[in-house]
Design a protein. Structure first.
Length: 149
């Protein structure tokens, strides 16, 4: 049952990713979500949050900057650091992605019986509670669990 649940979620997640322009990889999407949550962080902090090596993080940001989703700005705190920021294009991409995912999920939920929708709500609340404060599965770091975010 667990594997079937995961496969169904993956199908919906993938459908929601089909944004009509500039698709990004799962790793790049993790960067976008992280910058959306933690605007203005530097490469070192981003690497720590993602659990990735600095060269990998720098290449991810290079690609996202080339797409116009991210920009690097001089830090207000240190002249040697650069801050990472989402551009309006990057924010629009995330909004479109979230909107598509919401639409996909709502279409499915609207096709459910009220009893099934309630059961799903109870099940998802249990899932959230099982994640606990870290927001990730037991034994994983938060960055490890965000691979398909």
């Amino acid at each position: 049952m667990g594997h079937e649940f995961v496969r169904l979620l993956e199908v919906l997640w993938t459908r929601g990713r089909e944004v009509p322009y500039a698709p990004v990889s799962a790793s790049q999407l993790r960067v976008l979500y992280t910058l959306d949550r933690d605007e203005g962080i530097n490469l070192r902090t981003l690497g720590e949050l993602l659990g990735s090596a600095p060269p990998s993080v720098s290449r991810l940001c290079d690609r996202l900057e080339a797409l116009g989703f991210v920009r690097r700005l001089p830090s207000q705190v240190s002249r040697r650091e650069l801050e990472l920021h989402l551009t309006s294009h990057g924010r629009t991409y995330l909004q479109e992605l979230r909107s598509r995912r919401d639409t996909s999920l709502l279409e499915v939920i609207e096709g459910m019986t009220p009893a099934a929708a309630r059961a799903l709500l109870v099940g998802l609340a249990g899932f959230r509670d099982a994640l606990g404060e870290t927001g990730c599965a037991p034994g994983l770091r938060p960055a490890d669990d965000a691979r398909s975010a």
